[in-house]
Design a protein around this ligand. Sequence first.
Ligand SMILES: [Zn+2]
Length: 172
Amino acid sequence: MSDKLPNLIDPLLFAERRSILAGALKIGALERLTGMVADADSDITVEVLFAKQGKRAVISGKIQTVLMLECQSCLQALAWPLELAFKLAVVSSLQEADKLEIDCEPLLLDGEKISLNDLIEDEILLAIPDYPKHGYDCIPQHQSKDPAFDENSRIETNNPFSVLAKLKKTGE
Ligand SMILES: [Zn+2]
């Protein structure tokens, strides 16, 4: 079940009504994000709650999706499950944003409506790491011969005193 989400909304009106929007949209609907993923056909599941905290309109929500990113180590596809929560307070000026009395990020409303798609896209872009990588060693490691190591072990075996020194140390 995925209901279509509206894009342009009036956050103040929605906050007054304490609306809840739940549904899904395609990654392909978000232009900037589409350029960063291999599969733009996946769904983004979204739940957004509008409320008031004091006189302040507050938008909180959850976003869930799986992004097909490119691993920055091996350059292969990397499925990146993303589950994030956000909480934004609607402000009408930067001054207002500066002295925000509640603990959330300011969302500047210049006009009557905001783009829900932009909001969702911004939150996702913020959550994508700069250098996404597989959680394991995805590049085959070449066991390189370390000449320094060889040198040390040769000296060690040729010098009986180094063994004595070691024994002394551990004996203490
Ligand atoms: Zn990788």
